[in-house]
Design a protein around this ligand. Structure first.
Ligand code: MN
Length: 502
């Protein structure tokens, strides 16, 4: 999807020269000159079909942080839009500075993510540059020391790959997740990769046969199509196996075919033809065309049993749907570039495709809460990650928690001082119970009192290990204190004994 028009533009050439000068003398951990990295980011953004300003900002994305170039220099040379994007990317990376310690790092991923979202609200293209930046860093991760590799890999799996998925950037998600998973769990990665290869090899004959059968049937009906095998990614298999108790026999999409046709009518015709050839599996027909996934993904899926009892998943979609499944948000930039207004380029996000409005919803809610305005929370249905919820403090800070979390989890997440002194909770402005599960988009206000002490019964009202550990610690301390033991100042305790002895 490389766009020929922009890659040779004079502005882009000027940006490359500017970056080369600025990074002169710097080198990467691989030993290569630093400029390799911004140029790789440029190439990725071009492949994604991004607009010229985004590509220029990608080329310059590390200059303000790491070189003597200033935002003003960039603004003078390339205008405020490019400067704005570079500033956004710089803010994202400074958010991660000072979090070098591996143990404190992952909790800090949350803050990093929040900053990400806040920067996003201004212009989603900031995130796209950040994703390209991260992709190249992952591709060259082997040059870093092992601790840093793990840290970056973990963050990529937990934050960036899910975001790529949320933006329906399928190719990026798969590449990022597999690159990162290899560092997070190398043994498991190798095991599963071998397993997938074994399965693919065993399925080769079946695939060749049914490809021929389907092709013949579609030609007979005069449907234009292309057909290919689709390989399952290692990380998605890992996640699926975890869901199915490691039972590989319950994974039905290990072997899959993808059929691309011209229009929606042909999608359904093709589905019918396939079901007349093979027996579809009960409950495995999914119509994501009529009901797209939340990230905008569209396709028909069906799992069939072939005549020799092999299970194959078949995906059917149009070219446009396929392009969007692979490139997601970036694809819509490509297709909609002509439609982009000056307003959009200034970062006004109401011009996002409708299936990505969740981004602006998240931002608007946070902004309204910050201004003390009322928000209709019923309207909000954000589901960024299936197992995560996003709730708000009354001031509009966004806190992410695992689904199932309750008010005490929220309180301990804010601070153990708050957790230890909880007397009640208001959810969306109404008094509520401590055992109420929090829901997506709730505004949670914790009420505290200095006189309150942690209670044993709270253990039933806690979901996260983090809050549990904090409460246990507080309970131990208060139990021992109640028994007359002063654990904080052991020296003082010995004092009276000395007195009696003398
Ligand atoms: Mn970079």
């Amino acid at each position: 999807m490389t766009k020929q028009t922009t890659s040779g533009s004079e502005r882009i050439e000027r940006a490359v020269e500017m970056a080369k000068k600025a990074h002169a003398g710097q080198s990467r951990k691989t030993g290569e000159p630093y400029i390799i990295h911004p140029l790789a980011v440029k190439k990725i953004l071009e492949e994604w079909g991004m607009d010229e300003d985004t590509i220029i900002a990608g080329i310059l994305h590390d200059t303000v942080e790491d070189t003597s170039l200033s935002l003003d220099d960039i603004k003078k040379e390339f205008g405020s839009s490019v400067a704005f994007l570079v500033d956004g990317v710089t803010k994202l990376s400074t958010a991660r500075n000072g979090m070098r310690d591996i143990d404190t790092y992952l909790p800090a991923t949350r803050d990093n993510f929040l900053r990400l979202m806040i920067a996003l609200g201004d212009d989603i293209r900031v995130l796209i540059i950040k994703l390209a930046d991260r992709l190249h860093n992952l591709r060259t991760l082997s040059a870093l020391p092992p601790e840093k590799q793990k840290k970056i890999a973990k963050e990529s799996l937990e934050v960036f790959a899910p975001l790529a998925d949320r933006l329906n950037m399928g190719l990026l998600r798969v590449e990022m997740a597999d690159l990162a998973f290899k560092y997070v769990d190398p043994k498991r990665f190798d095991e599963l990769k071998t397993l997938i290869e074994k399965y693919n090899k065993a399925a080769e004959k079946t695939l060749t046969k049914i490809k021929a059968e389907i092709s013949a049937a579609l030609k007979k009906e005069k449907i234009e199509f292309s057909i290919s095998g689709r390989v399952k990614s290692v990380y998605s298999l890992h996640k699926k196996l975890a869901k199915h108790n490691q039972n590989i026999n319950e994974i039905y999409d290990l072997t899959a075919l993808r059929i691309i046709v011209n229009d929606i009518t042909d999608c359904y015709l093709t589905l019918g033809i396939i079901h007349s050839l093979y027996m579809p599996m009960n409950g495995r027909i999914k119509d994501y065309i009529a009901m797209p996934k939340q990230n905008g993904y569209q396709s028909l899926h069906t799992t069939v049993i072939t005549k020799d009892k092999k299970i194959v998943e078949i995906q059917i979609r149009t070219k446009e749907m396929h392009e969007y499944a692979e490139h997601g948000l970036a694809a819509s930039f490509y297709y909609n570039e002509q439609k982009l207004t000056e307003n959009y380029k200034k970062g006004k996000i109401e011009h996002l495709p409708t299936n990505l409005l969740w981004i602006s919803e998240l931002q608007m809610t946070a902004a309204k809460l910050r201004e003390g305005k009322k928000v209709d929370l019923k309207k909000l249905k954000l589901n960024l990650f299936a197992d995560k919820i996003f709730v708000y403090t009354p001031k509009g800070d966004i806190i992410d928690l695992p689904a199932g979390a309750m008010p005490l989890d929220f309180a301990y997440r804010l601070h153990s001082e708050i957790g230890d002194h909880v007397v009640g909770v208001k959810i969306n402005g109404k008094m509520s119970n401590l055992n109420k599960k929090l829901e997506q988009g709730d505004v949670v206000e914790i009420l505290t009192s200095k006189n309150q002490t942690p209670k044993q019964t709270w253990l039933d009202k806690i979901f996260t290990p983090h809050a549990r550990a904090k409460l246990m610690r507080a309970l131990n301390i208060s139990a021992r204190t109640a028994a007359g033991e002063t654990i904080e100042r052991p020296k003082k305790k010995r004092k009276p004994r000395k007195d009696t002895n003398s």
